[in-house]
Design a protein around this ligand. Sequence first.
Ligand SMILES: Cc1cc2nc3c(=O)[nH]c(=O)nc-3n(C[C@H](O)[C@H](O)[C@H](O)COP(=O)(O)OP(=O)(O)OC[C@H]3O[C@@H](n4cnc5c(N)ncnc54)[C@H](O)[C@@H]3O)c2cc1C
Length: 402
Amino acid sequence: MKPFDALIIGAGPAGSFAAELLAKGGAKVALFDGRPEGTPKACGGGVTAKALKAWPQLLNAAGRTISDLDLYSPSGKKLHLALDEPFAIYSRVVFDSYLRDRARDAGAQIISEKISARKAKRVDQGWRLQNDNGSEWTGAILAGADGANSGIAKMLAGPLPPSDMEVAFGYRAPLPASEIAPTVVAFLPRWIGYAWAFPRPDHISFGIATTQDAFEHEPLDDLLWRFMVGYYQQCEGAKVRFWGDEKETNDAIRVRKHLNDTAERYAARIPGLSAKTWDNRKVCGDDWALLGDAAGFADPVTGEGIYYALRSAELFAEAYLNGNPQTYETRWREDFGGDLSRAAQMRRRFYGNFWGAPFTERMIEFARGHRGVKRVLGDLVAGEQGYVDLKKKLMKSAFRPV
Ligand SMILES: Cc1cc2nc3c(=O)[nH]c(=O)nc-3n(C[C@H](O)[C@H](O)[C@H](O)COP(=O)(O)OP(=O)(O)OC[C@H]3O[C@@H](n4cnc5c(N)ncnc54)[C@H](O)[C@@H]3O)c2cc1C
């Protein structure tokens, strides 16, 4: 078989978008993925307004548009944000299939195969990949877009320390019968991270994201269950404490039982690179590149990675089609590297203390009393407010007269 120009391993958002752009630019592309059709990637599926503006075609994938968000402080104080710029929530089966179909329509060859890094070998003119049955594909450049546990990244850029990983787990559960289903982000009491409830067209994604270092399975799972039970009770109009009541009422027991019968658990890792790793890690060479989660491109504070998966695919495709794939390294650093590195420096502070209480508690308290701070938070959710000047903006807004 005639060799491919590009071999891309992983057809998540990063791999599929890179395949689409490269194929549109005239490259012969093979896109590999071993995930059985219809199996969702563990993910909240939230796509920021910034991403929707950059790639409006994403709105053609069936999702849910969110223009209101309830933020909760660790102690349970609520801040309702009416978003100037709505974001979208997708089922990852729908979102990934949409992007994969676009890659196919652009001319990329989609190959339903899992490719282990051990079976990727350098040859004279680039790379040779093999599957377990001995089928072979060759190509000039290899792109690893195989997600947070990327074998290709381990082979080409070295393994990441466990402290550079975050953990997220949760449940896919039915929509409440009341059809009231608010979108919620709640900062955790005592732990780094947050819980979410993201309603999608046909179910709700609940989850908790925290650092691998701080991960304690039992108490966090217990917290998430209290959050979920409290959420359904609130949807039904009950007045319950936000993280659920200490002693479960009969009503809470009924909701818990229903969830036990219907909710489907998932867990996965998200990259959360330290500032030092951002400085030192190289994600491309003459004939290889890493994209999206495989490169470590997720926000270390929020775990948001879909924007970076798509943007890294775009920057890589541009560099490749301009005939100089190596410039991808400088392009991503200039484009979003500063913000991700700043987010890594901010992570401890964001989830640390500020004036005698968690910073997230203070931030929500300030925003409840101050329109300017609330606006900055809205911009942060929209993806339009970076971390580089977040503190300055928050302070400026907090001390500007209302
Ligand atoms: C629980 C959870 C919630 C999240 N919520 C959000 C959110 O709400 N918003 C947001 O922006 N981000 C969120 N993220 C992060 C987001 O999911 C990732 O950043 C994003 O999916 C990265 O895209 P990707 O294409 O780089 O990798 P992935 O989406 O992981 O895609 C990698 C693909 O590679 C395939 N693959 C892996 N190994 C191989 C192999 N050996 N051979 C062939 N194929 C292979 C996989 O099947 C997969 O399809 C969340 C993550 C988790 C874990």
